[in-house]
Design a protein around this ligand. Sequence first.
Ligand code: AMP
Length: 363
Amino acid sequence: MKIGILGAGQLGRMLALAGYPLGFEFAFLDPAAEACAAPLGGHLRADYLDQDALAKFCSGIDLATFEFENVPQQAAEFVAARVPLLPGPQALSAGQDRLGEKQLFVALGIPVPKFAAVSSRAELEAAAQHTGLPAVLKTRRMGYDGKGQSVLRSAADFDAAWAQLGAQPLILEAFVPFEREVSCLAVRGRDGAMRFYPLVQNVHRSGILRTARPRAGDPLQTLGEDYARRVLRQLDYVGVLAFEFFAIDGGLLANEIAPRVHNSGHWSIEGAECSQFENHLRAIAGLPLGSTALRGASAMVNFIGAAPPLQALAALDGVHAHLYGKLPKPQRKIGHATVTAESDALLEARLAALQPLLHQDDV
Ligand code: AMP
């Protein structure tokens, strides 16, 4: 079976790496010259809206998926009219607009921070009355890794934030003084079967994920699964979905969903019985889903801006390096390591041994 992937970044690369042992082949479509999944399948370098290229892409594959949630909706619909595209275009669009996403959560009874749409400077004042301050002003579309966001602490910050972001439709959200950030990685098969990984505790800095650590028995596990299940069913979702939450006051407030495999699930390659990548492929290919159980303790550490020398990483027991073949650049994710151990104490020791090797952006 040949699977076409829209987007050829590191998520596409890791999907293909998980898929070859199952006998799958891969093709990618991505406008970028520097597409790090390209060594793992044919890379059609074209704009997502180039219909000739999309038709060619579809003619050589049995099934399609995406690894980038900002693939234009028209491209998804074009592909879905020719080959099965999983998750479907409706799931893709649900993750593209922060306002629509919040409205979906509200409709499903999932708690969210206070929010309001902002499309003019005057609306910003009114929105801040509703959310209170501090608040986070975000672009509704195309934001990632903290880009397109500005924290408003007082009315004195409004002009600068408006000058920076005001050209696009925006959303203002109350700033949540969360205790923890967690994500629920969920997978749903073509037959509607669902599985959930243990909740992952995530640490971000400057809006970029730094570390992700799954823990069995998180007291919020059942709640996270319940909320994820509502979204999966509503979107008739097939594949892996990541749901990011703020943990506060014994409950969860929904932040956002990503309709794809997710950075906070990379630990699952070594840390779970079946990785998020293999489970995504199993789901879209109509196979039974794999076990989401943990294999011991694990944690993922991102390499941001630069990666430690492979020579040094390879010398550390329990450190599994993943280098994406991307050029180093400030704030860019160019790899990660999953650290595994038989116990939490040994995991801590191994994480401490990795720490001095990290580029200062990572620490
Ligand atoms: P996002 O792109 O919306 O996931 O935001 C990236 C990161 O910024 C989140 O993981 C949080 O660490 C922080 N952040 C975003 N929105 C809020 C909020 N409303 N309150 C507090 N922190 C936030």
